[in-house]
Design a binder for this molecule. Sequence first.
Ligand SMILES: *Cc1c(COP(=O)(O)O)cnc(C)c1O
Length: 377
Amino acid sequence: MIKFNVPPFTGKEQEYVIEAINSQKLCGDGEFSRRCQGWFEERFSFKKTLLTPSCTHALEMAALLLDVGPEDEVILPSFTFVSTANAFVLRGASIVYVDICPKTMNINPEMIEAAITDKTKAIVVVHYGGVACDMDRIMVLAEEKGVYVVEDAAQAMMCSYKGKFLGGIGHLAAFSFHETKNYTSGGEGGLLVINDDRFIERSEIIREKGTNRKQFFRGQVDKYTWVDIGSSYLPSELQAAFLLAQLESADEINDNRLNIWKGYYSSLERLQESGLLELPLIPEGCAHNAHLFYLKLEDMEQRSNFIQFMASNNITTPFHYVPLHSSPAGSRFGRFHGVDRFTTSESNRLVRLPMYFGLRQEDLETVVDSVGHFFNS
Ligand SMILES: *Cc1c(COP(=O)(O)O)cnc(C)c1O
């Protein structure tokens, strides 16, 4: 069986996790957490980063920091994971879904503009597969209209847009270290990036159960007390230790994935030229991280046949998001603004090929051959 995903593992994780155990300091914000956050701040020049138990939690923190409430609307693509919306629904906001650009599956800036009202508090962009949204247009629009931008960069570590690292463009951003992402902190994990100074102090308070514990430890205040709403948004040192090992091999992991991606692309280009399928498009100025390799087939029926055919060849090829606006909760908590021209039709024909750090060349060839056989049969 060729799996769709295998969590990345470098070998160094065990050593660091044991070191964390031996340090007898396991709760959040210890040495390993500091080293991970330092790595992100140095490598990507992010102003402030905080490890979280998941990307979902980082998005929830973003919603708290922006004071999102029941009067507010939040604009986002319907083609995304539930957490992109749920984090804001938890604050009582209404979700406004807009259509995507079919070539990238990313939110369409023109549709955002049409959906903005006086109630709009934030735009949440999702860099699908680590390919950047049209951030120049989105940031200009947000500035003009006075709304915040949150980057759901769950899939987008190591990626850039016109020389700027993803996660460093919006007011806030969230990364995921779930085992299905390019880097993992041992199964679950995330990171909040704070790019706007106004949110830095409060982000530490919200993450520490609404207390000023961090300022107290730094000697900035003489009492440690409850000052704001908050929750427990710290991962343990075991997770940070696991992650640090992967950060130290970030380039090796990224290069390996990009090679696999290029291998798929060059082997399948011929089928695209024959008009049998479509391959992902990487717009000018975007450096991606090979988070996904997807194909677009004719329609849902052909895709079902494809998934079945690949499964009969022991290859797992899952489809991806069912658009949120067509889910029971998604329609209850939000509405689609404008016409669903591409969201449903494009998501119905998208299918993903096995993609993970260390995927063997011979397995890649087996996958490519099977795709070819599907179209020949
Ligand atoms: C994976 C993912 C999330 C959720 O990440 P967790 O770390 O599992 O909470 C959110 N948004 C997008 C786009 C994702 O791909």
